[in-house]
Every structure is written in C-alpha cells, then in structure tokens.
Write a new protein. Structure first.
Length: 66
C-alpha cells in the first residue's frame, strides 16, 4: 500500500515555496522476530519509497536538494 500526502508549509523566506511530502509505503503481514526475510523486505520498501520520491519531484527540485 502506498499513501502520499502533501501540504504546503511556511516558506523559509520570501520567494520560496515549502512543500511537505509524506510517503508511506507498507504491507500488512505478520513476521516472526527471527525471520531474516524481513530485512530484505524492508530494504525493498526503502528502495521503492526512494523511487516514488524521485519520481515526485522535478530535476530542478533535485538540484536544490543536492
């Protein structure tokens, strides 16, 4: 399940726009505490979340972040 929320925030100074982008990615599943597959799954979730973020911004925005 992927849930994306966005809202405007107070800008740091005039001429800027601040946006809060909240990306929640999850799957409901019961895991055993010693199940090594959970780490692989969490890595995949993080990679997917990062992909969604990159696809949600423009190249100019990415340049401003980096």
């Amino acid at each position: 399940m992927l849930v994306i929320n966005e809202t405007l925030a107070l800008p740091p100074s005039p001429g800027f726009i601040s946006v809060i982008l909240d990306i929640d990615l999850y799957r409901q599943q019961a895991w055993q505490s010693d199940d090594e597959d959970i780490w692989h799954f969490l890595t995949r979730l993080r990679e997917r979340k990062n992909q969604v973020f990159r696809e949600s911004i423009t190249e100019k925005t990415e340049e401003l972040i980096n």
